[in-house]
Write a protein that binds this ligand. Sequence first.
Ligand SMILES: *Cc1c(COP(=O)(O)O)cnc(C)c1O
Length: 356
Amino acid sequence: MSTANTMRVDLRSDTVTQPTPAMRAAMLDAPLGDDVFAGDPSVNALQEKIAGLLGFEAALFMPTGTQSNLCAILAHCQRGDEYLVGQFAHCYRWEGGGAAVLGSVQPQPLNHQDDGTLLLADIEAAIKPDDAHFARTRLLALENTLGGKLLPFDYVQQATQLARAKGLSRHLDGARLFNAAVAQAAQQGGERGADIFLEARRIAQCFDSVSVCFSKGLGAPVGSALCGSRAFLARAHRIRKMAGGGMRQSGLLAAAASYALDHHVLRLAGDHALAQRLAQRLRGLNGLTVETPQSNIVFVDLVDEARARAGELIPFLAARGILATGLYRLRFVTHLDVDAAGIDHTVAVMREFLAA
Ligand SMILES: *Cc1c(COP(=O)(O)O)cnc(C)c1O
């Protein structure tokens, strides 16, 4: 057992995971070919697997979630079109403005409600009339989970039905779709694997396209998949090529993603439980306001005197082996390489900081 002094707990993101020995073995065993010739059997198998799981005709393996969202937006929209999107959505705020820079597609950002949703009335009001003054509103892009929050399923249905009725396409940035599915299954009291894949599919089927990350909670080193109809993916494939995302023996990476789908989906419930454990134990400490996590991300606000010392906290944690991000609002993300001992060490160090 590692002592508190040598323990390292990296809570910055669920992207920091190392491929497990079994995942590395699956990568080394993968049959490979040149995917630009559609000749990599491991890529083809992954694409069929994720499309089948989520109920789509086809899927395309992508090097990153950012490229996947970019290809999706550009495949749904033309130059001079716009997409409706939340202020805090990754594909608006955190992707360098790619859709606008590279596609001349304008975002129309909307404010979120506290639960992460966009008001249906705001969506409806943002859809522009067919008039030469306006960009053409073509797409609604939602994200689930968003900042660790599960969008209520009724809401996802209503928002996507509204978009459809108004003639918009619907894209889901489901980088953490399987975290959403685990949280949604848990709300219904379901813990069996079938329920989780069923929930993932129910969410996904509200959309015309879905992007899923393998390199977040699923623990693969690289990659996302964009799912949709064959016609949509033919357009996305051309854009991926333009964006420099045509990969060769990428089956090495696809095999890791396949392994993650087979072995790392159901274990996400354990990450959510560790996030709950962290939140519950931090809640007892003075100087903190702790949001109840819905998945694997815990937000903690520093208040009172602790707030005045906010700048000291991240270095204090780092000196004791704990990595996290934020300043007045800290973000802790649980994943494959975090265990209960690491969470308890984090709570102990936070207590020490707040008592000082
Ligand atoms: C991480 C993330 C992405 C982008 O994935 P990269 O592989 O880092 O480009 C997109 N959307 C959401 C919601 C994410 O969390």
